[in-house]
Design a protein around this ligand. Structure first.
Ligand code: A2P
Length: 350
């Protein structure tokens, strides 16, 4: 690999894509060239990279000629069509969408948890769902110490997970509220889910729907947390149930996580092992009102854990509050970290 990699960012103008550019500015990966790809609508726009102006190009199959690494975040349909085109031209793809995640041929990776799975890649590596990633970072050290039988999680998810237009929708509705515009006149168009039939206000609200509804009246987002946890932890016996809720926060997902371990573990031990764990920062001091907060997680790569408590009735039960920047560890940073890990393991090639 000469003097660095040629990298393409697909969906460079989006909520995650812009963060990918930031993460590439900070990466330890040797870079030769970065190209920015988006839809025809954005072609010709310029974005900054390390102080230089880069022109956004329209995504076409030929965009990947000479590319070593392609980071995708432009929707599942775009990944389905263009990721194979990138691989065909010799690029390794790290895909942020859900399209390839459950494909048995595709590793689904959180580097702190299962980087060994990267050895099996055939060109495409999937980045897990944002809510799943931060939960895995927090729970893997506990699982290593005490095993894990069951997870029950409720999420409090930021709107940026639904893309740049969802952030605009929250801002517009918040302004309408301040301007005393009646809720009936807000006319939401994106949330809870761009592709679904009905849309509801998000400002000053909480929506218990992320993605569309699927089997058993769980949403796809909830199923992602269930299925991706089992795949990443390589244990189909872990019991997982999720309730995913969108709240009017711009960035930073919060999660109330209840787990039952195989053997009892004390709060002191959990704090100790999490304090040593890669990618985790423990913020847990009730006497000083110290606990993780979404707004403080913004632009941080770590996952923050606090409110660590024993369940009052179940001996192996534990409660935790887990927070991370959904656009960074939940998306752009985990993707670039996968690329850095591939490079370190000499796997950044097909
Ligand atoms: P564009 O800005 O040109 O529409 P978000 O998740 O914030 O909504 O961003 C989605 C990203 O995916 C944007 O960068 C968007 O580019 C890109 N995108 C959407 N549709 C296409 C397409 N048909 N081809 C390439 N990129 C696309």
């Amino acid at each position: 690999m000469g003097n660095g990699y040629n990298v393409a960012v697909v969906g460079a103008t989006g909520a995650v894509g812009t963060k990918m550019i930031q993460m590439l500015e900070q990466t330890t990966l040797p870079l030769k060239k970065v190209i920015l790809l988006a839809s025809k609508r954005s072609a010709g726009k310029t974005l900054q990279f390390k102080g230089a102006s880069l022109t956004v190009e329209e995504l076409v199959p030929e965009s990947f000629e000479g590319i070593d690494l392609a980071l995708f975040s432009a929707g599942g349909g775009i990944s389905a069509k263009f990721a194979p085109e990138a691989v065909k031209r010799g690029a390794v793809v790290v895909d942020n969408t859900s399209h390839f995640r459950m494909d048995p041929e595709v590793p689904l990776v959180v580097p702190e948890v299962n980087k060994e799975a990267l050895k099996r890649h055939k060109g495409i590596i999937a980045n897990p769902n944002c809510s799943t990633i931060q939960m895995m970072v927090a729970l893997e050290p506990i699982r290593k110490q005490a095993g894990l039988n069951r997870i029950i999680v409720s999420t409090y998810q930021a709107v940026s997970g639904a893309g740049a237009r969802a952030i605009e929708e929250l801002k517009r509705e918040a302004q309408a509220y301040l301007d005393n515009v009646a809720v009936a006149d807000w006319h939401p168009e994106i949330l809870p889910c761009g592709g679904d039939k009905k849309h509801y206000p998000i400002a000053f609200n909480a929506l218990p729907q992320i993605d569309k509804f699927a089997e058993e009246d769980y949403t796809f987002e909830e199923w992602k947390m269930v299925n991706e946890t089992k795949k990443i932890m390589e244990d189909s016996t872990i019991k997982v149930a999720a309730t995913c809720v969108r709240i009017p926060v711009a960035s930073g997902h919060s999660e109330s996580v209840y787990v039952e371990t195989e053997t009892p573990i004390s709060v002191a031990t959990v704090r100790e092992i999490l304090a040593q764990a890669p990618g985790v920062i423990v913020e847990d001091d009730p006497s000083q009102q110290i606990y993780p907060q979404a707004i403080q997680s913004i632009d941080k790569k770590e996952t923050f854990v606090g409110r660590i408590r024993k369940d009052l009735d179940i001996e192996t039960g534990l409660h935790l509050w887990v927070v991370s920047d959904n656009l960074l560890k939940g998306a752009a940073w985990n993707s670039v970290q996968i690329a850095e890990t591939l490079h370190e393991m000499d796997l950044l090639h097909i």
